[in-house]
Design a protein around this ligand. Sequence first.
Ligand SMILES: C[S@@+](CC[C@H](N)C(=O)[O-])C[C@H]1O[C@@H](n2cnc3c(N)ncnc32)[C@H](O)[C@@H]1O
Length: 242
Amino acid sequence: MVHGSCALSVYVAWAEVHLAFYAQRALPDLAHEFFLGAFLAQPPAGELLFVGSYSAMLPERLAAPLVLCDLNAGMLHAMQRRRPDAQAVLADVRKLPFHERFSCICMPGAVTAHLLDDLALNDALEALSTALLPGGTLYLDAYLPEIVNTDYFSGHASFHVDAESWTRIARIAGFDTQSGLLQVDLQFVDPQGRSVCNDRLIQRCYSAAVLAKACTGHSLRLQDCFADTDKGRLYLALQRDH
Ligand SMILES: C[S@@+](CC[C@H](N)C(=O)[O-])C[C@H]1O[C@@H](n2cnc3c(N)ncnc32)[C@H](O)[C@@H]1O
C-alpha cells in the first residue's frame, strides 16, 4: 500500500497556474449541476464549507456564509484572493477543526483522489461527518477507474494565465487496478516554452460501491450517486444522520 503525502509542492509553488487550468480546462469535465444546487439552496442559518481548489465553480453570490479549506497555503491564498468574502482555513480534510458547524460541505475536483489508502479515506469521512450539522449534506466527487480512458491525464492541454498561453502535459505512468492507484506525470510549460513544473502525482480511483460503502460507516446516508463512466467521474450526495 502506498502512503503518500498530500502536501504536494506542486500545489504550493504553482497554485495560480493550477487554478487557471482548473477554471479553463478542467471545469467543463466536472458535473457543475451536481454541486450547484448545494451552493444555491442553503437555509439562512447554514454555513457552507468548500474543500479543495475548484473555487472557480462557486457562484458569485451565495445564500450562505462561505468557509474555504485547503491543505496547501498556496492554493488557499490564491482562492482567498478570488473570494475575499470567505473565511479561509488551512487544514487537512483528514483532521478538520470543526464540530457540527456546517449545513453543507462541498468537496469537488476529486480531493478524494489524494486519500491514498483506506485509513486516509476513513479519517477524512469521519472528519467531514463530524463537521456537518446533523441532517447536513456532503457533496463530493471521485475518479472512477475509467478516468484512465479519458484525456484528463493524457496529452497536451492549453490554457491561459494572465492572458499568456501555458500548456499542461499529462501522462499516465502506471495504474494498479487492485488498489486503484494511478501514477500521473504532470508538467506545466510556461509561455516561453520552459518546463517549469514536473511532478509525479499519485491519485486514487474508486468504484462507486467501495466509496459509497466507506461513507455509510461514518453516519453518512447515501442520497444520490451518479457515475459518469464516459468522463471517469463519480458523484455522491450524503446526508449526516440526525
Ligand atoms: C482538487 S485536487 C485536484 C487534483 C486533481 N487530480 C486534478 O488535477 O484535477 C487538488 C486540491 O486538493 C487539495 N488537497 C489535497 N489533499 C488534501 C487534503 N488532505 N486536505 C485538504 N485539501 C487537500 C490540494 O491542496 C489541491 O488544492
